[in-house]
Design a protein around this ligand. Sequence first.
Ligand code: ATP
Length: 359
Amino acid sequence: SRSAPSKKQAASVQFRNVTKRYGSVTAVDDVSFTIEPGQLVTLLGPSGCGKTTTLRMIAGLEMASEGQILIGGRDVTNLSAADRDVSMVFQSYALFPHMSVLENVAYGPSVQGVPKRNAIEMAMEKLALIGLKGLEKRAPSELSGGQQQRVAVARALVLEPQVLLFDEPLSNLDAKLRRRVREDIRELQQSLNLTVAYVTHDQEEALAVSDHIIVMSNARIAQTGTPRQLYEEPANLFVADFIGDANIIPGEVVDVIGPTAQVNVGNVLLQLPHRNSGLGSVKLAVRPDAILLDEAMTGPLSGTVRKASYLGTQVEYEVESPIGNLFVVQYGRKEPIAPGTPVSVAFTAQRGLAVIPNS
Ligand code: ATP
């Protein structure tokens, strides 16, 4: 009998210039990316940007109109879902309501012709792995939302797919559970060394669980990077705005020396790292904690505090200044500066400030 499961090698996923059209709608437009084996990569973006279509094309539930899809180096572009060795956890869980938890999980191996005894053994093993031991006989309707989600994950894992896909897996859970379940998914992915593609529209969730994030906008990739790269070095205004909060401030590049741009911001000259900025007007994306306020007026720009909210670990400010209204976050449990107080404004050097060429 089958006891120790053969641990399959995690596979890569590669898109080469993939386009998907539905009639006159282009849902995915010339998209290329690679998910390395054993990585969790999130497809992140607003509603309608094409992330679900991308996920469904990995699964083989939608066929590419153009381009090539490879899984583990194998061209699967024209293979059906059943032949791709990929499993998907659906947003709705899609559990069979008339079957027990155990039957739900054993169903996949059974239809693949695994003898019943072995199918049950495989299912029991995955249920134990995912912390559902003792609930095997229940119907899905007798489980909490979080437990149903785990059954869906056990069912997707039971055939040990090369790639596991999640379509907005937390959207049916309440806010408190969401955090725990996303940590569970990440822990499972890391301990089993799974290749995972994960769709969400929630930037915080993406930052928390991902090795890499693919940010999509209007059927295209806006930027790909680690959570930290996207946060610290957004390549465009869309990403700067979509990931975290950013102050978008106009500036003027007056000199470029290799990787450093000299940028005039409200008559203050800043030396900032840049990617491919030329001279002329740009936007700066400035994270709220990259701005320093000082009541002693030692900074180069002057402003006035308009709003202050004490939030325990941080104080959030709205500050009126010659370069616009700024959203500023200061950490450390300080006494807030009162609204109406004049302050000076300075920028922390080279962190949380990105130069974005005008496009
Ligand atoms: P959401 O977060 O709302 O699910 P999404 O980013 O996952 O959005 P997709 O579902 O991939 O976006 O849809 C991308 C575009 O393709 C949208 O304009 C959508 O209306 C369109 N689309 C998706 N599926 C179909 C279909 N079966 N027929 C026609 N158009 C479709």
